[in-house]
Ligand binder design. Structure first.
Ligand SMILES: [Zn+2]
Length: 199
């Protein structure tokens, strides 16, 4: 699972990650940036968001989930695409499934990360499934439904674990003295009983 910012992995695929980990499959989350640009004036936001991710993963999975943190600058993934590519190369195995951000998601880091993942997956014959985050909000969602892909239906346990994990991202849901990055109407896309992946 390749996640541009702490929270993308849980919002888009928390239920799937929970289910895979519960079934005993190894899961690695590549945390590309620490999301410090969400509120540029907030000193130490990178540390806050890293801790939020740790807390969220503890709520999401009873078993250990590996995190590879890259610490690329938030908002500038495109300028560091080689570092992302090289890090991902160390993880490639033949039976891997890569969960990558949708390359037309409407956020530059999501799109850059998605393109790197898709290029690598295609050139190495690895399965890739892309997940929308901001595309639900910025584009006409009916366009997403027409794409080749599918829904992963969440079990009761997966849905409950995801809901608890999402609440750990307080800096994005209820930031002090600022509008939330993920307001309730956006969050509602990630409270559905399924998760959508494009193939
Ligand atoms: Zn993001």
């Amino acid at each position: 699972m390749v996640s541009p910012h702490p929270d993308d992995e849980v919002l888009a695929a928390g239920g799937l990650i929970h289910s895979w980990a519960a079934a005993g499959y190894p899961v690695t989350i590549v945390s590309v940036t620490d999301g410090e640009a969400a509120f540029p004036a907030w000193q130490g936001l990178d540390l806050v968001r890293r801790e939020e991710l740790k807390g969220a993963l503890r709520k999401l999975c009873l078993t250990h989930v590996s995190v590879m943190r890259l610490g690329l600058p938030d908002g500038k993934v495109a300028e560091h695409a080689n570092r992302l590519r090289n890090a991902l190369l160390t993880l490639l195995t033949p039976r891997l499934t890569v969960l990558a951000p949708y390359e037309h998601d409407g956020h530059p880091d999501h799109e850059s990360t998605g393109r790197v993942c898709c290029d690598l997956a295609h050139s190495h014959g690895v399965t890739v499934a892309r997940y929308p985050v901001w595309a639900w909000h910025h584009t006409d969602p009916s366009g997403l439904h027409g794409r080749r892909g599918g829904r992963f239906m969440l079990s009761f346990e997966a849905r409950r674990a995801k809901a608890r994990a999402v609440q750990c991202f307080v800096s994005q849901l209820q930031p002090p003295r600022a509008k939330p990055i993920v307001p309730p109407h956006v969050l509602s896309y990630f409270e559905r009983p399924y998760e959508t992946f494009l193939l």
